[in-house]
Design a protein around this ligand. Structure first.
Ligand SMILES: NC(=O)C1=CN([C@@H]2O[C@H](COP(=O)(O)OP(=O)(O)OC[C@H]3O[C@@H](n4cnc5c(N)ncnc54)[C@H](OP(=O)(O)O)[C@@H]3O)[C@@H](O)[C@H]2O)C=CC1
Ligand SMILES: O=C(CO)COP(=O)(O)O
Ligand SMILES: [Zn+2]
Length: 352
């Protein structure tokens, strides 16, 4: 079999189930997808207690053999561990249950093992729920790797709505960040002739604008709010699938988020950092950064570094070094900000 060029091919999920209590129907969903053999369930320590353990039990009751892998970090070594476990049990497919880290580990391991993957998010905190990309740390660098789209997605709004409110707000930040990601993509198209998809771009931007408009009505703890954000995350993931890369949902603001994570790993959630980055990048694009700031404030996401305990020096260093992350992805950061420009932009937009 000749490998296809991934950027030329659009991978989308086959079955998306969103609703209250749907995680308990996991075995039926897998039967409907005609999945066969055992399932390796990749989950986190907390999310195993919340959902992973029960999902494993439901799968066993439905006639599927299962094994559980608890992961704490989205590093390539964890992907290799999942691959080994899948091979040992001759898994027919993998299920990722949890936040973005567990889902990314399961997604890439399933792709490398040549088996299918089912995504069961326990929080509406990131748009990797349905994308065909995995974000991982490889040799200390944050890297976006082409993987496979999940065959099925089970988004249980009863579980997701009970997640800490910070996670829902982070999900909104990850979606709102599409606004600057699209500005960057258009810039790269105009200045560098980069391949560009109008459909992926329009879908991604519309999704972000819808979240900005619904921001005042989104309330943590409400299943309806969880549903609205999950749908937006799915839509953002589809935009990435159409583009064949994370370009429609990851630009300069994501570079900033990744740079912060390299300097102070684990300090804040992915979507929180993307939200902060979006405020500054919107300013650099000459856009309405105050509108972004207000939308983030309305969803309860941080709009300043101090709210998440980020040091001033980290913010400035991240702003001046962000362009070095994935340098081939051209953005408004160009060849980098000076320290003075970075500090001025951070202060002007009140993230510092
Ligand atoms: N592939 C892609 O296209 C994308 C990938 N990403 C990646 O996803 C990651 C970010 O995902 P994110 O979800 O923010 O972070 P994590 O996966 O790190 O999850 C954050 C924390 O929330 C916990 N958690 C999840 N669900 C619940 C719940 N219902 N109740 C209580 N706690 C819960 C997790 O528990 P536990 O400790 O059990 O895991 C974890 O401790 C990053 O690595 C980012 O790069 C982000 C966007 C797109
Ligand atoms: O986080 C993503 C989209 O929200 C994917 O991002 P990266 O390609 O920057 O890892
Ligand atoms: Zn993101």
């Amino acid at each position: 079999m000749r490998p296809l060029t991934r950027s030329k091919w659009m991978e989308l999920p086959r079955l998306v189930v969103v609703g209250s209590g749907v995680a308990m129907e996991v075995a039926d969903v897998c039967c409907n997808l005609k999945l066969k053999g055992g399932a390796l369930i990749v989950t986190g320590p907390k999310t195993c207690e919340l959902a992973g353990g029960e999902i494993s039990q439901r799968m066993e009751e439905g006639g599927f053999e299962t094994d559980l892998m608890i992961t704490k970090i989205s590093k390539i070594e964890e992907v290799e561990r999942a691959e080994r476990m899948a091979a040992e049990m001759e898994a027919g497919f993998l299920i990722g249950v949890g936040g973005g880290r567990s889902i990314d580990v399961a997604k890439l391991a399933s792709d490398r093992a040549g088996v299918h993957f089912v995504s069961v998010p326990t929080a509406a905190s990131h748009d990797g729920i349905c994308s065909a990309q995995a974000s991982l740390t490889i040799d200390g660098e944050t890297t976006s790797v082409s993987a496979q789209a999940p065959l099925g997605i089970i988004a249980d709004t009863a579980i997701i709505s009970k997640a800490p409110k910070r996670l829902l707000a982070a999900g909104c930040g990850d979606i709102i960040s599409n606004i600057t990601a699209i500005k960057d993509w258009k810039l790269a198209f105009r200045l560098r002739g980069e391949e560009y998809s109008e459909y992926a771009s329009a879908l991604s931007e519309m999704t972000a604008r819808m979240i900005v408009e619904s921001a005042p009505s989104l309330k943590p703890g409400l299943e309806e709010s969880a549903r609205v954000v999950v749908k937006a995350l799915l839509s953002s993931g589809v935009a990435m699938s159409i583009a064949g890369s994370s370009r429609p949902a990851s630009g300069s603001e994501h570079k900033f988020a990744h740079a912060v994570n390299q300097i102070e790993p684990g300090r804040a959630l992915h979507g929180e950092l993307c939200g902060l980055g979006t405020i500054v990048m919107m300013y650099l694009h000459g856009g309405d950064w105050e509108m972004i700031r207000e939308a983030l404030r309305e969803v309860g996401a941080p709009t300043s570094a101090s709210e998440i305990g980020l040091h001033e020096e980290t913010v400035i260093e991240a702003l001046t070094s962000a362009h070095k992350i994935r340098p081939e992805r051209y953005t408004i950061l160009g060849s980098g900000l000076t320290r003075e420009a970075a500090a001025a932009a951070a202060r002007k937009t009140k993230i510092l």
